[in-house]
Write a protein that binds this ligand. Structure first.
Ligand code: BYC
Ligand code: FE
Ligand code: FE
Length: 471
């Protein structure tokens, strides 16, 4: 299914046949471009960047590489091919044909899910907008911009659904996507982690490792949706998400690689004099990013989540591979709770526990990469192990929001927290030091002092390729 690039808005949804929808989206497009110019990557308008652009949504067709200026990137609307005779896979409508239009009784829930998802996409672009000024290499600069343009396209994906299926209030929600801003005190982004700063590249790699992985799990759950246009949109977005997590995982790995090499070479744990990032600093950044991402999954027990499931709007991760009735009739699930100062677990109706279940899926997936990080450390015969903090650590949403806990999961009082959080979360000194390393490296093939080169270039190009051209 090829994408029509002759249209003002490239698409594979026959937009040309729906003049009203086309006009509505054409009205939104200038606002989007203005937003990109004002709050997208700073001073990037003139750069030629080696980007991939989707030309078809088939398995191989979505990766077409060439140098592009970002404002000219063809943001468009691409849905994965429809699956013939697809049926709703879970909830009370299990076995019924999927919906091609919004079921009236579920309109507000569906809109809310789409708005929440859509809001994160431009938020991440805003959060990352200054990073281009301090890139550790041209290779990394190109990857940053690739992630940014695709997050921009993910916003287009959600805005299309709002315009195509929700009429006037959908259009209003689409406008609001460009009016809320990451960290804005008056109009913040909806989910808290999307209001944090991402001002240095260690944070960027942690972001793409953890936060984009939340994206993977949320999109996978929405890809199960009985609302077929949402499912098809999310399926295509997931193909792009894989690269974002690749950027995160390889970025962290390359920093670890470099730090370990510096530790061996100089026979020291203190990398501050040799321009490297110490492993304990990385652990503190990891603790921060992992814990704020756990919050993104919502409360352990959620009637919203139960409704989404029963209504057939949002499934579980890989719903069809789960061996049960997909209705959760009478099923129970264990969720954590805090009682009398202790962490306990409660069995609740599984249908209300799907946020917790997805959070656990995310944690397992996150741990797999951490194991790979530890392998790098072990290969250098260095005695250090990265660990994900306990789910109770540094939480703002859910059962643990009211308490303080150490990364090991011991509940502690306020005084202990105040005394010790600097051991566990990035300190001002950590941030200042990491920031002091953020000086741009733009000579093809060269890397900043604190990061190892990647194993290979992008799309078969050499490492010293001019991934970004300056004018
Ligand atoms: N921050 O019933 P609960 C991505 C609110 S990332 C602030 O547990 P629910 C990307 C909640 O709204 C993927 N508020 O909530 C990654 C509710 O408010 P009300 C994004 C929060 O609905 C990188 C109340 O607390 N996609 O794509 O079950 C770069 C009660 O909570 C938060 C999605 O999230 C929070 N963290 O669960 C670019 C998928 N958590 O009703 C992009 C769509 C909860 O009391 N969203 N609240 O006013 C959802 O499925 C659900 O909205 C959530 C929340 C899982 C997020
Ligand atoms: Fe995204
Ligand atoms: Fe992403």
């Amino acid at each position: 299914m090829n994408i029509d690039y002759n249209e003002t808005i490239p698409n594979n949804v026959d937009l040309a046949d729906d003049r009203r929808l086309l006009r509505a989206l054409e009205r939104w497009q200038p606002a989007y471009l203005k937003w990109w110019e004002e709050l997208g990557p700073v001073e990037s308008g003139n750069l030629d960047i080696y980007l991939r652009t989707a030309i078809s949504v088939e398995r191989d067709g979505w990766a077409n590489y060439g140098h592009v200026r970002m404002p000219e990137y063809r943001w468009g609307i691409f849905l994965a091919p429809p699956e013939a005779n697809r049926e709703i896979g879970f909830g009370m409508h299990k076995g019924e044909p999927v919906w091609q239009s919004v079921p009236g009784e579920y309109r507000s829930e569906l809109r809310r899910l789409i708005v929440t998802q859509g809001d994160t996409e431009p938020a991440s672009v805003e959060q990352q907008r200054h990073l281009g000024k301090t890139c550790p290499s041209l290779y990394d600069l190109r990857n940053l911009f690739q992630v940014n343009v695709e997050e921009g396209r993910h916003l287009w994906a959600m805005v299309y659904l709002l315009h195509a299926h929700f009429g006037r209030d959908g259009r209003e929600e689409a406008d609001l996507m460009l009016l809320r801003h990451a960290g804005d005190p008056d109009r913040p982004r909806i989910l808290e982690a999307f209001n944090e700063k991402t001002d240095d590249w260690l944070s960027f790699f942690m972001f793409t490792y953890f936060q984009d992985r939340d994206g993977k799990f949320q999109l996978a759950s929405l890809a199960e949706s009985g609302f077929d246009p949402l499912s098809r949109t999310c399926r295509f977005m997931l193909t792009e998400e894989a690269h974002h997590m690749f950027v995160g995982e390889t970025g962290i790995s390359r920093i670890i690689e470099r730090s370990c090499a510096l530790m061996r070479e100089h026979d020291t744990d203190d990398l501050s004099s040799v321009g490297g990032i110490g492993l304990p600093i990385m652990q503190r950044f990891m603790n921060f990013h992992f814990s704020i991402c756990l919050d993104l999954f919502g409360q352990e027990k959620s009637t919203n989540a139960a409704n989404y499931f029963t209504m057939g709007l949002k499934g579980r991760f890989q719903e069809s591979r789960i061996d049960d009735d997909h209705k959760l009739d009478g099923a129970l699930y264990s969720v954590p709770a805090v009682e009398n100062g202790r962490i306990v677990s409660h069995e609740i109706a599984a249908i209300t526990a799907s946020n917790e279940r997805l959070r656990e899926d995310f944690t397992l997936d996150s741990q797999r990469g951490v194991n790979r990080f530890n392998k790098i450390v072990a290969e250098h015969r260095i005695d250090f192990e990265f660990t994900l903090p306990h789910a109770a650590f540094n939480r703002g949403i859910g059962a643990f929001a009211a308490i303080n806990a150490s990364p090991a999961g011991e509940i502690i009082d306020d005084a202990q927290w105040n005394r010790r959080h600097g051991e566990w979360l990035p300190t001002d000194a950590d941030k200042e030091y990491v920031n002091s390393l953020m000086t741009p490296v733009i000579e093809p093939g060269r890397m900043a002092s604190w990061i190892a080169p990647p194993r290979r270039g992008i799309h078969g190009q050499p490492l010293d390729y001019d991934y970004v051209r300056f004018h």
